[in-house]
Design a binder for this molecule. Structure first.
Ligand SMILES: [Fe+2]
Ligand SMILES: [Fe+2]
Length: 364
């Protein structure tokens, strides 16, 4: 609300009849600072210097009528928000309707009843004040919400950073026992990221993967081999192929891993991260034809995460030196993966792999 140095709202009265101006001023000047002008042209001149809290505008005036004047007032950004009340003769009902539809907030019939004029002005000033107050509160609320969102994002970012650091340490601790596969966890994350990107572009499984935040999924894949913590050094570090019994023992890392993740989950509320981690740990050695472990799951019974991780995991094993084999080159590894469609891997995912395998080569 625009107020003068006296702290009182300013009312501008525009009427070509001196008597009306005088009467209105007499009715209002106890409570308001009142400016009277005898034409719309004078009003516009004064508006260059003053912004009143409210305008009382006569309709029938020579030169510029009240109707013309309100069109200009509502068309200008600097005057659009000033409430305008029409002062009308009783036979002006058509103009009243036109004026109201052009943006006037009310009309007052002439001759004025002073108490009624005061009351109507007071009501509209209060409404205007409340409207501005609401707008201010809305802005404050938007500001508050934006701050809150920023704070939550910041905190979430910190929690994710911490979570990632703890996981990396845990995954490194597991890996450090298994010399041969140093860097495996980090690299499989990279392969998984390329596969996920290819999958997104292909449009396959769009609904399922749209529910997976990439960062969360990649982080949760870090724990896929966490169960190796429970495998003995004799097996984990054996510089040669495993016997059948040793392999059976090795297979247990999937269920061990899922168990460890479940234990973490038992102490906290449901977490997407742990749900995904458990799926990765439990299903990354399942095979499309059902010959994998630990569940012997077949085809699409294997969760998509497991089917993706199987490709990332095997690709990484192929391009890495192992105690019992030399690393394959990227083209050889890619060929072996592609040959594994339908028995080891999901054929649809292998089609995706085929389209993006040069990116594996560039990153390996
Ligand atoms: Fe594994
Ligand atoms: Fe692995």
């Amino acid at each position: 609300m625009s107020v003068t140095e006296t702290g009182r709202p300013r009312i501008m009265i525009v009427d070509d009849m001196l008597t009306n101006l005088r009467n209105a001023k007499a009715a209002l000047s106890d409570q308001y600072d009142v400016f009277t002008v005898a034409s719309a042209a004078r009003m516009f001149a004064l508006l260059e210097e003053e912004t009143p809290s409210l305008i009382l505008l006569d309709i029938n005036m020579p030169e510029i009528s009240g109707i013309e004047a309100i069109k200009t007032l509502k068309g200008r950004a600097d005057t659009r928000e000033i409430p305008v009340l029409f002062l009308t003769a009783r036979n002006d009902s058509e103009s009243e309707v036109e004026g109201l539809s052009l943006g006037a907030v009310d009309y007052i019939s002439k001759p004025f009843d002073p108490p009624l004029l005061r009351k109507r002005v007071e009501i509209h000033l209060t409404m205007e004040y409340q409207k501005k107050n609401l707008e201010r509160q809305k802005l404050e609320l938007q500001d508050f919400n934006a701050n809150l969102r920023r704070m939550v994002e910041e905190k979430t970012g910190k929690v994710l950073e911490l979570q990632s650091a703890i996981l990396r340490t845990l995954a490194d601790a597991v890996e450090s026992r298994d010399d041969a596969t140093g860097g495996h966890v980090q690299r499989t994350q990279r392969w998984l990221a390329i596969l996920l990107d290819g999958l997104r572009r292909s449009g396959l499984h769009a609904v399922e993967i749209s529910a997976w935040p990439t960062e969360l999924l990649l982080q949760s894949s870090q724990l896929h081999d966490v169960g190796k913590i429970a495998i003995s050094d004799g097996i984990l570090k054996k510089p040669g192929p495993l016997t059948a019994d040793e392999f059976e023992e090795m297979k247990r890392h999937c269920a061990f891993g899922a168990g460890i993740i479940e234990k973490i989950g038992a102490n906290i509320s449901e977490s997407d991260f742990l749900i995904q981690s458990r799926i990765f740990a439990l299903t990354h050695h399942e095979k499309w034809d059902g010959s994998g472990y630990p569940g012997g799951l077949r085809g699409k019974d294997i969760p998509l995460q497991g089917r993706l991780m199987a490709i990332a995991d095997v690709y990484d094993a192929l391009i890495s030196d192992r105690p019992y084999k030399k690393a394959f080159s990227h083209p050889e590894a890619a060929r072996i993966i592609i040959q594994g469609a339908a028995n080891h891997f999901d054929p649809e995912l292998i089609e995706v792999f085929r389209g993006i395998e040069p990116r594996f080569g560039e990153s390996s």
